[in-house]
Design a protein around this ligand. Structure first.
Ligand SMILES: [Zn+2]
Length: 325
């Protein structure tokens, strides 16, 4: 038997052949761009740990979303920073809350079409800055569910397309689905932070959103990164509760869990490439040690290759500009 002359380099000979053979293609359509809107802000504000990402005053939100839509990015994810915090996070579910006002403004004034997603959590809105309500020295699961439900319904009333609970409370998807359905919002989808890990890669986000916990840490509700089986139980539980899209968070250090979710479940998967992943790239690029655009494309393509259908990422604009040429 003659030895076949296998030469895989034939398929890498020139750019057009390489393009034909691309197995995974990142598209602007895969991207969800996070936006931070702050209630008491007069003008845009930079945060040192997340270069080029700004906190926006309400008056700049529509312009910002228009510029994101112009880059062919199909969705935004809104985070709010309220002027006042209290024990129960009233500003998170108030009709006049900053996120609710931002959603209605975008709905009313946007030139083009974009999917509006919004974070559903308490950490930016309570004095304790935990993702759930505090009772004594504990984070109370079941009383938090009622508040998460109220937040989701208030965002639905403002016109959100997708609510994205990130509190990691047991039963949050079921409670929110019930709340939305009871209020007539059966068409508002839930993209839950299903497997959200206790990660040190969130630090720049905490600077951005003023939400570092005032006591203890988030280890009693966020997943330990040592437990992939438990992560899959979280995903499975959310599916049983009626979630529409599951999320793995962070992304880059958790590609195995994205792949495992892909092979185990028939459900759309989002991955959240978090603030620390962004800042690592920006910091190294600023030093001239890596190429920002090249690394952005490599990292986001890897997240898609692992099995994500969509990626929430602060790199959205860099990726879109690169993809749009
Ligand atoms: Zn939170």
């Amino acid at each position: 038997m003659s030895f076949p002359n296998v030469r895989l380099r034939r398929l890498r000979k020139n750019k057009k052949i390489r393009e034909l053979l691309e197995e995974v293609r990142l598209s602007t359509k895969d991207l969800i761009c996070p936006i931070f809107v702050q209630e008491d802000l007069k003008s845009r504000m930079q945060v040192e740990s997340m270069p080029d990402i700004e906190r926006l005053p309400l008056k700049d939100v529509v312009d910002e979303v228009n510029s994101i839509a112009d880059l062919k990015i199909p969705a935004i994810m809104l985070f709010g920073i309220p002027a006042k915090k209290d024990d129960i996070g009233t500003a998170a579910f108030s009709e006049n809350g900053i996120v609710q006002r931002a959603i209605s403004e975008i709905r009313k004034s946007l030139d083009s079409e974009i999917a509006i997603m919004a974070d559903v959590c308490l950490c930016q809105y309570t004095t304790a800055a935990h993702c759930g309500l505090v009772k004594g020295d504990k984070i109370d699961n079941d009383s938090t569910l009622d508040v998460l439900k109220k937040i989701a319904v208030s965002q639905a009333q403002a016109g959100v397309d997708v609510v994205s609970p990130s509190a990691m409370m047991d039963g949050q998807v079921k409670a929110i689905r019930q709340g939305l359905d009871d209020s007539g919002f059966t068409d508002v989808a839930i993209m839950s932070h299903s497997a959200k890990h206790r990660s040190s890669l969130y630090s720049p986000f905490r600077d951005m959103a003023h939400c570092a916990p005032k006591f203890s840490d988030r280890k009693t509700y966020q997943l330990p990164y040592t437990n992939p089986t438990e992560a899959m139980r979280e995903v499975e539980t959310d599916i049983l509760e009626g979630v529409d899209i599951v999320m793995i968070k962070p992304a880059l250090a958790y590609l195995d869990l994205i792949a495992k979710t892909r092979s185990s479940f028939n459900i759309p998967i989002s991955a959240y490439s978090v603030s620390g992943e962004y800042s690592l790239i920006k910091a190294a690029a600023k030093q001239g040690w890596i190429d920002e655009r090249e690394v952005t494309m490599e990292v986001l393509t890897a997240i898609k290759r692992a099995g994500a259908d969509m990626i929430v990422t602060y790199l959205s604009k860099i990726a879109a500009k690169t993809l749009n040429g």
